[in-house]
Design a protein around this ligand. Structure first.
Ligand code: TYD
Length: 144
């Protein structure tokens, strides 16, 4: 398994929603890094890379976007349009985020610190990394 889309546990009540990420709740790794992407417009594409070490959890907390997920063998497109829906991506997954709505805010959690050296930004390099070092498609499964 190299990706998973799932519903997040909402601990909110009649005052509103509240989705925590802690200690295995809602996120299948220890969170080390968080960032969010915003002010991205329709027509803009982001990502188009793979990471040797980083797993990611993507949550569109406002608006919507699509994510093309590629493990070197097959492609899937996930549509994220609810703040209680998450997309987990294993390390060594090639991803592209696109079709952002005007109000989109994409929250991203990761198990690893930012390190440009672990990014593979060229698809041919990605494919040869999959065959030469065998990493990626057999990466650790999420516990979800
Ligand atoms: P980039 O990887 O191009 O973003 P995306 O995956 O959305 O296309 O990153 C854009 C810039 O932000 C680049 O200069 C690196 C920096 N950056 C960080 O400093 N820390 C991070 O965790 C991330 C994801 C990016």
């Amino acid at each position: 398994m190299h990706y998973k889309v799932y519903d997040l546990v909402d601990t909110g009540d009649d005052r509103g929603g509240l989705i925590p990420f802690e200690g295995g709740m809602n996120v299948p790794f220890e969170v080390c890094r968080t960032f969010y992407i915003f002010n991205t417009r329709p027509g803009i594409s982001r990502g188009s890379h793979a990471n040797r070490n980083s797993q990611f959890l993507l949550v569109v907390i406002s608006g919507s976007c699509k994510v093309k997920i590629d493990n070197g063998h097959e492609q899937t497109i996930a549509t994220l349009n609810r703040p209680n829906q998450a997309l987990w991506l294993d390390k060594m997954v090639w991803k592209e985020m696109y079709d952002f709505s005007y109000n989109a805010i994409l929250l991203v959690l990761s198990n690893a610190k930012y390190d440009e050296n672990e990014y593979i930004r060229n698809y041919a390099d990605y494919q040869s990394a999959l065959t030469t070092d065998g990493s990626g498609v057999k990466g650790d499964d999420a516990s979800y």
